[in-house]
Write a protein that binds this ligand. Structure first.
Ligand SMILES: [Zn+2]
Ligand SMILES: [Zn+2]
Length: 256
């Protein structure tokens, strides 16, 4: 039983949310044996989500659970605005992600030069400060790609990358949030799952639950790298993962 809870249909707004495209995602989901697929757009493209179409697609494809989530860019000060978007629509789950530090889209290849000119320690500091605020906001069910800041392979000097993440894990534990194990890092220069093994080991010690996502931006990427995630999670000791329906969670066995 494999699930993929991080599947973008419209990408960065360049593709249509229509039957043809959805069918190609479902076809791939069947090929990689998903029992459940979570369609997840970035919040800035939420208006492209066709809720009636989703309903029809769910009815016509009862062999696979189709969930609908939203990946929200956590930007401090926008919490109030977000809460109406969150409460007015039937999302199954919400992922809170940090992609911007003071307006700098650090995970975008066009802007990565700032890592070279900046202080990596302070960049890590600022990043995890934002993740902490996302946790504290209480808006989300899941924290997405927890250590995304490593995307281009940069390492802090004063402390290990793990030392920057560790305080946030305690907060995540206290707030009952789920952490996404995201395979997209495997296809980025860092060549690592998000989050790192060291972080996952501490998550396991703290009994932080997990879910799985490929961060697919096209149908071929659905399920990509998730077997590696499951293997690693099992090595660490995980035996279950979390699914969502209308923001209620359900525990399912972790297996392929
Ligand atoms: Zn993201
Ligand atoms: Zn994403």
């Amino acid at each position: 039983m494999l699930i993929d809870y991080h599947v973008h249909v419209v990408g960065h707004g360049e593709y249509k949310f229509d039957t043809k495209r959805l069918q190609s995602y479902l076809q791939q989901a069947r090929e990689v044996n998903l029992s459940e697929i979570g369609l997840l757009e970035h919040d800035e493209y939420w208006q492209q989500v066709d809720f009636d179409l989703i309903k029809r697609i769910q009815q016509d494809n009862s062999d696979i659970n189709i969930r609908l989530g939203l990946e929200i860019d956590f930007i401090p000060g926008q919490e109030l605005q977000l809460s109406s978007l969150i409460s007015s629509l039937p999302w199954d789950y919400l992922i809170g992600s940090v992609h911007f530090i003071d307006g700098w889209g650090f995970d975008h290849p066009d802007y990565k030069d700032k890592f070279e000119s900046g202080n990596i320690d302070s960049i890590f500091d600022q990043y995890y400060n934002l993740v902490e605020q996302a946790v504290d906001s209480g808006l989300f069910d899941i924290i997405g790609h927890l250590d995304l800041i490593k995307i281009w392979g940069h390492n802090p000097i004063k402390k290990s990358p793990y030392a920057y993440a560790e305080p946030v894990l305690k907060k995540i534990r206290a707030s009952g949030l789920v952490v996404e194990i995201n395979s997209a890092g495997l296809r980025k220069p860092v060549k690592e799952i998000y989050p790192s093994r060291e972080i996952m080991e501490q998550m396991f010690r703290l009994s932080i639950p997990v879910t799985l996502g490929s961060d697919a931006h096209n149908p071929q990427q659905v399920g990509e790298g998730l077997e590696n995630c499951v293997e690693l999670l099992k090595k660490i000791g995980y035996r279950s993962m979390i699914c969502f329906e209308r923001r209620k969670h359900r525990v399912i066995p972790l297996d392929l």
